[in-house]
Design a protein around this ligand. Sequence first.
Ligand code: FAD
Length: 301
Amino acid sequence: MITRNFFLYLSNNKLLKKKAMKWGPKLGASQVIAGVSIPEAMEVVGQLNEKGLVCTVDHLGEFVYNQGEAIEAANQCIRTLEAIENTKVHCNLSLKLTSLGLDIDKKICLDNMIRIVRTAKKYNNFVRIDMEDYEHLNDTLEILLELRESFDNVGTAIQAYLFRSEEDIHKLRGTNIRLIKGAYKESPEVAFRKQEDIDQNFINIIKTHLMNGSYGAIATHDHKIIDQVKAFTKEQGISKDQFEFQMLYGFRTELQQQIANEGYKMRIYVPFGEDWYGYFMRRLAERPQNVRFALRGLYSK
Ligand SMILES: Cc1cc2nc3c(=O)[nH]c(=O)nc-3n(C[C@H](O)[C@H](O)[C@H](O)COP(=O)(O)OP(=O)(O)OC[C@H]3O[C@@H](n4cnc5c(N)ncnc54)[C@H](O)[C@@H]3O)c2cc1C
């Protein structure tokens, strides 16, 4: 049986990465990654917009090791915001603070973020800070709060598997937050392990955040959670303008379309960039059934 650890091992294998970069499209990566360049990503976003789906794009980047690389990653984000503006697509930006230098120096990361969020503000656009592992949580929230003293067009994501999230969500009242189950391997000291506990906490924090009157992005492929959110918001008279659903590009596309057709805002997280290999392998690790993507790609012309 193909296991999660097998794909996590592949995600770190340099030789296979080199080979896979050549065979990417054949491996089926193009079904979940919108190309390697900004124009390719804008093309995909435009096509999704035509179907009534809005987007958030993420320029995939692996680790940065020095200030120059962190500044270049920020420049890429700014070029992406400019392309969104120029092509007039309905799309905002998602990014990770480690790719902007969080592990090198918090000040470098904050300066990069100020440049990006200021550019987004100029274009009336929004920047979402993806949440990474627990080790980066406090720094991420600190940077967010610092940014929010000057900007209202920035938010982050909160992970339902963490014990502390209910408390964090109260502190983030008034902020546009993406609510998610959480994707990293965390210790039982800080995170729920059982799926039913994570799901219950997910529902709790969604309800708390929406009842606080704050804007929420419910990011999940889990139809059971989505159905509960639809029922809860109807019951409480929460307007469809106060929340949106989010899913990853290429996953559950029929459900994405159905949700949009029902009049909900459905935002697709669209990753792109040269560094697609790690992202692709991590998605296979998360849900080995997705290997069918890869096989379909290999056996089709
Ligand atoms: C837009 C978006 C942004 C994200 N941002 C972050 C982030 O910033 N930080 C972070 O830590 N994590 C992030 N994640 C990942 C998230 O935390 C979860 O790890 C990931 O979404 C898997 O959990 P899930 O809620 O989708 O449902 P799961 O728990 O994976 O699945 C629940 C059930 O849903 C159904 N299902 C799920 N996927 C499929 C499928 N492909 N086809 C058919 N049925 C399916 C199955 O019945 C499954 O049992 C993000 C996810 C999304 C969608």
